[in-house]
Design a protein around this ligand. Structure first.
Ligand SMILES: Nc1ncnc2c1ncn2[C@@H]1O[C@H](COP(=O)(O)OP(=O)(O)O)[C@@H](O)[C@H]1O
Ligand SMILES: [Mg+2]
Length: 388
């Protein structure tokens, strides 16, 4: 095929290639998002005497952090058209009307924020990761499950709802806050996982002193104002215990299911069981128990059960009895220094060392959870205690 010489045809050809340029935050083609304002061709305008292509691009916000990525991708796409060498991107910003239109489109036609996961049509599996107490590895589990699922090709989001002990951003190496498009938030993405955390909204080093209603509102915002796109799985890292957030999650996301994390220790198991029992009141389903810090493999290959043994199995058994439905022990994750280091460094162990024993267990649990059918769609929102 010889190079196109007619400027209009050339512009059309360039426009067609831009369908392949994906907005890095919204993850849809920039052409679908109304971002491409114009494509102009100036014959002979390029340094080499060829045509100069100028793509007018309207960003969602002036401070869009991903300008460089967009420029690079647009340039590369346009250059696939024969004869095009010189590409310029003229950045502008969407008008308020354009942004309203974009928000409405992203909300699936609704001008008002809605929680997409609470709609009966939602296909997203929602797992809330709960524990009795802090420090048992709830956040590590959340981050690893999310990354393992994303690595398997699933579309995954995390809400770090642990208001007082948020740690997900660090574990995933996320440093930038969501991009604001008026009242819509585009979450940062790490390892293909969309992440929002309460930690992104509080100034560094300041304590969070929020009461129930404020927590509820914050969670509602996370869920409704954030543009999640179509997710296969949403994970929520809950604060430890049986507090307000757990109840809010059940109210806002009636189809969410609980995953209970515990250590093998009897005392930890007892409080973990209590956290799981919240599900009785909120009529949530408990998808299973994950025991963490189960043992330490000694240099001679033997297992040192540092925190005792049996906690996970006991919690699973007791919750099964309480729920009147099987609550399986999904796995036992050994103590692993590399797991801690990976978390501290911002790359979860399932990615940093996928074949390590702890990562193997976490990946297998991720597959189990991902493979389940979305159990409780359409289940009634019931917060009154169930008679037993
Ligand atoms: N299996 C494990 N082996 C070694 N360290 C772990 C393991 N699980 C968690 N940790 C470490 O223990 C600490 C607490 O874990 P974290 O996930 O923050 O717990 P939680 O969210 O329940 O408070 C972190 O420093 C984490 O890296
Ligand atoms: Mg935590």
């Amino acid at each position: 095929m010889s190079a196109l010489t007619d400027p209009a045809q050339l512009a059309d050809a360039v426009r067609a290639t831009l369908v392949g340029v994906i907005d890095p935050e919204i993850r849809r083609p920039i052409t679908d998002l109304g971002m491409v304002r114009s494509v102009e061709v100036t014959p002979g305008g390029a340094v080499d005497g060829g045509p100069l292509v100028t793509v007018g691009l309207d960003l969602t916000t002036q401070g869009c952090p991903l300008k460089d990525t967009l420029t690079k991708d647009i340039t590369a796409a346009a250059r696939t058209v024969e004869g095009v060498t010189d590409v310029r991107v003229a950045m502008g910003v969407m008008s308020p009307e354009q942004r309203t239109e974009l928000r409405t489109m992203l909300r699936g036609g609704s001008p008002e924020p809605v929680i997409p996961f609470s709609l009966p049509t939602s296909l997203t599996k929602v797992y809330a990761i709960a524990s009795g107490k802090g420090g048992v590895g709830k956040s590590s589990v959340t981050a690893n499950l999310a990354c393992a699922m994303a690595a398997d090709g699933l579309r995954v989001g995390i809400v770090d709802a642990d208001i007082y002990g948020f740690s997900i951003p660090r574990m995933l190496g996320v440093t930038r806050p969501p991009t604001k498009v008026d009242d819509m938030l585009l979450p940062p993405i790490a390892y293909d996982v969309k992440v929002v955390s309460i930690g992104m909204f509080v100034p560094a080093g300041q304590p969070v002193v929020w009461r129930g209603p404020m927590l509820h509102r914050a969670l509602q915002q996370f869920l409704a104002d954030v543009f999640w796109g179509d997710l296969d799985v949403l994970l929520l890292d809950l604060p430890p215990g049986t507090g307000d957030i757990a109840i809010s999650v059940a109210q806002l996301l009636p189809s969410s299911e609980l995953l209970v994390v515990t250590t093998p220790q009897v005392a930890a198991a007892e409080v973990a069981e209590r956290a799981g029992s919240v599900a009785l009141q909120t009529r949530q389903h408990v998808v299973g128990v994950l025991e963490n810090m189960s043992w330490l493999v000694q240099p001679d290959g033997s297992r040192l059960e540092l925190f005792g043994s049996g906690g996970g199995a006991v919690v699973a058994e007791n919750l099964s009895r309480a729920m009147g439905a099987p609550v399986p022990l999904l796995g036992q994750v050994p103590l692993d220094m590399a797991l801690r280091e990976a978390g501290d460094e911002g790359m979860p162990i399932v990615l940093a060392d996928p074949d390590s024993p702890s990562a193997v267990v976490l990946r297998s649990v991720a597959r189990t959870l991902a493979a389940r059918s979305r159990g409780l769609a359409g289940r009634s929102l019931g917060l009154s205690p169930v008679a037993h």
